[in-house]
Ligand binder design. Structure first.
Ligand code: AMP
Ligand code: MG
Length: 292
């Protein structure tokens, strides 16, 4: 199986018929790869990504925005860590979006992420994003009350408005030279339980656990519905979702890596060349250096 057929299983670029239950969190595309083999494939990907990143930076035209969304313990942090391990930190910007600050709440919901968009030539990573505004805020509508919106604008229709705003925003990004790739790490409920228990039982992992995580888990079904709806409403060819099986970490990393590499390759970038009118000057510089 090549990387394109692999990715086709997980890419959603038209949400109309999308249903989360058609996607198995434990899927690994029939690959049963030895740990060493998975590591090698990942290292391969890291190497290709490093080369692509260099052209991206040199060419300085496109920006890449990768968005990571998932339930707790789905492996967002570790996917980000592994996928980005080989690339030049100068060309990469990671932002984690937490509970909004008072200043952030005093602005529209796209403000804080817009300020954090990657510059041209860079890869931006959003660990959570404006999608929280149709996920956690939808599951806990009381969060809307903290947003200081004029009361007339707060009704059941707000989610539809937010989806429309996100669609328009991502369309605008695509038309401005952003490659937008969105990842939902799809974890099963049972695997989340297992990982929470592992965190509770390991002094070196305990810091990752918070009591709030168990509280959120109680809203599992509401979250799954919110994710399904968000993907249905916002999947597009210029801003696809990848619904990545998350029960097996090695596979999650491979799919994310493949999607980022494939996305960058689709840009068909080349290194900038010397413009014809500058040729002569470059030749002069070369001769001067050679004769020194
Ligand atoms: P963590 O990523 O585990 O550090 O947790 C960050 C927390 O911030 C999560 O519980 C998110 O649901 C929450 N969060 C992120 N963005 C928003 C938002 N826009 N509104 C409310 N909560 C948010
Ligand atoms: Mg957490």
């Amino acid at each position: 199986m090549n990387i394109h057929t692999l990715l086709d299983r997980y890419r959603v670029d038209d949400g109309k018929r999308f249903r989360l239950k058609d996607h198995d969190p434990g899927d690994c595309a029939g690959l049963s790869i030895e740990k060493a083999e998975a590591k090698r494939l990942l290292a391969d990907g890291v190497e290709r990504l490093a080369k692509l990143q260099e052209v991206l930076y040199a060419q300085d035209r496109w920006s890449v925005l990768t968005i990571f969304q998932a339930m707790d313990a789905a492996g967002k942090d570790s996917a980000i860590k592994h996928v980005m391990s080989g690339i030049n930190p100068q060309g990469c910007q990671v932002h984690a979006f937490k509970v909004p600050s008072a200043e952030e709440l005093d602005h529209d919901f796209l403000w804080r992420t817009t300020r954090a968009l990657p510059e041209r030539g860079r890869i931006g990573i959003f660990n959570r994003s404006y999608y929280e505004e149709v996920l956690v805020v939808r599951v806990h509508p009381e969060l809307l009350e903290r947003q200081q919106l004029p009361p007339d604008l707060v009704s059941k229709r707000i989610w539809g408005h937010r989806f429309a705003a996100i669609r328009a925003h991502e369309q605008h990004l695509a038309e401005s030279g952003y490659l937008v790739l969105k990842f939902f790490l799809h974890l099963s409920r049972e695997e989340q339980r297992r990982r929470f228990l592992e965190r509770l039982g390991d002094p070196e992992k305990l810091w990752k656990f918070s009591l709030g995580d168990v509280a959120e888990r109680r809203h599992w079904d509401a979250y799954q519905e919110a994710y399904e709806d968000a993907i249905r409403e916002t999947a597009a060819p210029h801003a696809p979702w990848f619904v990545v099986p998350a029960d097996q970490k090695w596979f999650t990393r491979l799919v994310v890596m493949a999607a980022v590499v494939d996305g960058l390759e689709s840009l068909k970038m080349t290194y900038p060349t010397v413009p014809p009118e500058k040729r002569a000057e470059y030749d002069k510089a070369r001769i001067e250096l050679e004769q020194e």
